[in-house]
Design a protein around this ligand. Sequence first.
Ligand SMILES: Cc1cc2nc3c(=O)[nH]c(=O)nc-3n(C[C@H](O)[C@H](O)[C@H](O)COP(=O)(O)O)c2cc1C
Ligand code: SF4
Length: 443
Amino acid sequence: MTVGTLPLAAERPAHDEPARLLGGLHPDGATVELSEHLARWGALDLGPARTRLVAELEASGLSGRGGAAFPVGAKWRSVGTRGRPVVVANGAEGEPASAKDATLLARTPHLVLDGASAAATALGASRVLAYVPAHLAPGLERAVEGRERIGLDPVPVEIVVAPDAFIAGQESAVVNAVAGRGAVPAFQGLTPIRHRGVGGRPTLVQNVETLAHVALVARFGARWFRGVGTEDAPGTALLTVTGRFESPVVLEAPLGTPLDRLLGLGPDAADRYQGALLGGYGGTWVSLDTLGGLRFSEPAAQARAATLGPGVVVLLARRACPLAEVARVVRYLHAQSAGQCGPCVHGLFDLERAVDALAFGPRALGGRLEPVLDACALAEGRGACRHPDGVARFVTSACRVFSAEVAAHLGSGPCRSASAPGVLPVPGTRGSAAGRERPRWAR
Ligand SMILES: Cc1cc2nc3c(=O)[nH]c(=O)nc-3n(C[C@H](O)[C@H](O)[C@H](O)COP(=O)(O)O)c2cc1C
Ligand code: SF4
């Protein structure tokens, strides 16, 4: 099942698995209206959410879909009790290679809003906030108004606009943005957002895809949820695929599906692609061999020292220079840092310079990769948020997977494709094949 901008040519994703969140969407990209949503799924009875939903979520094994794959039931159990909680539906989707949250918000917003209301009921929350990019706010506003007219949500949903920035969706940045401060991560100390977040109150920040799954667990229960997927990764998840089809595509598949089947990769895959990026720009590059042997699940990715992050795969075509791609993305990621901690201010600056040299002027490195790897080591593990760690992982995995290109650049200078326009989506960059590429319906 594919949605989003369906590839027009013969190259369609090969798999045809049952979809949950994306099943029954309008092929033309129109929003599933409230009446259609209720006809498809039935009204959400929030009664059981007061008593049973947290246990049901624990039994379901649902994990967060915003990048860290944290177990949802355990997270809800650990929300603080000093003051009535705040629930935030996080739809910021700062990752440029992801479009799945925008897909849900634009095309099936009521699943997300049902999940948010279920969370508010289960936790006894007194505020529900939907944190979404500006271009999605008007559509969501209409959806919220429709629900208000029939009294569907126990707590009114407030919409807060998320800035279009890579780190705007990090949970302490979300709390800052809601408070009217800059959407930059905060130094949390030992007190998590779950105890002290929006307005100093216990706060649940949950990705919008996670909440859409919650809406279905609340209706059909844990057993139903576990009907597909694997023991350690139950259910389905969304995946944004870039570089494989004519334009980025959002897929839904049961977790555990072999990735090569999901992506429709044939025996010629290694001739066409030189590597794949899993998990987006805070993720990990893997070889085509590794990709071919992977199943679609976070535990499977972690077993190969990778992560699927918010559900992102980018295939890099043979014609591109991987080191130039990496350099352009690192420039963007450095510019996106809040510039408030040492690893971002100094570490990412040094890293950007070293990776730039590797891609475009390797003579400056005197034939050594160490300046790049040293800058990665300096950036890692010391910021207030995981942003510098993600950038370091992105670069070190690239150096490993593209070791032949690294040796060629260091030995004989940049290849010809290094000066060609980039192919990875880098917001605000002219010449990038994609810009901030979103499927057409999501614009
Ligand atoms: C740099 C950075 C950026 C992030 N951006 C997002 C984002 O855009 N959307 C999101 O849902 N989570 C994002 N996260 C993860 C959030 O901090 C948080 O873990 C998540 O929203 C929780 O929801 P989940 O448990 O449902 O995944 C980001 C984390 C980091 C470190
Ligand atoms: S590590 Fe970087 S992005 Fe994260 S809070 Fe510090 S300066 Fe900001």
